[in-house]
Ligand binder design. Structure first.
Ligand code: URA
Length: 241
């Protein structure tokens, strides 16, 4: 339970910009516990107060968690002066919630990207100390074989001397493969595969921990995650490859 100003409550819900909120509250469209409230600084309880805007009850959520199927061609950053970002793909009310991508996918990589305003969760997912597996499917230009699978298991050393933690590689028909890594070094998967003579043509993230990409979302599609789905992020080895 936390007490907060009504304008903060509505602002955190992405209802409108700060300046628009003042006007909206003053116009009497908001009711708290059944009574109209026109003071933006009215204190409300985020759990107990019944806040209703234009007849619609608003349930307060401090943190939000979304899964996006990131399309290729957009940056996994919150803003960029020239190029389109994943935040540009969000509906306006979500753009006001302070969401940011959890880790980065390269511009040309597609697939599962988490967006949240919960810094602690983001840190737990990204930190190599958490050892959370990330699963990718790659289409490569080159032949991979059992010796490459072994090299991934042992931990690759890249051309520049960077040592990688043990990872998993599974070969698929048609020049594709699955790669599971716990780290998120710069261009990690691309560099790992290139070091084995198989440069990546296409890369798609399929899962983070035990949370799988919902393929029904389609490019740029978004869904809010429920508690059980978030918990799956921390289920290790739910996905054997
Ligand atoms: N590894 C890469 O090389 N690129 C990504 O976008 C993610 C992992």
């Amino acid at each position: 339970m936390a007490m907060m100003r009504l304008d903060k409550f509505l602002g955190d819900m992405g209802i409108a910009s700060r300046s628009e909120l003042r006007q909206l509250i003053k116009s009497g469209r908001v009711r708290v516990d059944g009574l109209p409230v026109t003071a933006p600084d009215r204190r409300v309880d985020d759990e107990k107060s019944r806040v209703v805007l234009d007849g619609r009850e608003l349930k307060y959520k401090k943190f939000r968690y979304y899964m996006m199927d990131k399309p290729p061609g957009v940056l996994s950053v919150t803003e960029d002066s020239r190029q389109k970002t994943v935040l540009d793909l969000l509906p306006e009310e979500l753009r006001r919630m302070g969401l940011f991508p959890v880790g980065r996918l390269d511009k040309d990589t597609s697939g599962l990207l988490l967006l949240t305003n919960d810094g602690d969760l983001a840190h737990r997912v990204i930190s190599p100390k958490s050892g959370i597996w990330k699963l990718y499917r790659a289409k490569v230009d080159g032949e991979l074989g059992p010796e490459d699978v072994r090299a991934f298991e042992e931990g690759l050393t890249l051309g520049d001397g960077t040592k990688c933690l043990p990872a998993k590689l599974r070969l698929l028909p048609g020049g594709s493969c699955l790669v599971k890594v716990t780290e998120g070094k710069y261009h990690q998967v691309k560099r790992m595969l290139a070091s084995r003579g198989a440069p990546v043509l296409e890369l798609r993230r399929l899962a983070v921990g035990g949370l799988e990409l919902d393929e029904k979302l389609g490019p740029g599609g978004l869904k809010e995650l429920e508690k059980e789905e978030l918990d799956r992020l921390f289920v290790q080895d739910a996905l054997e490859i």
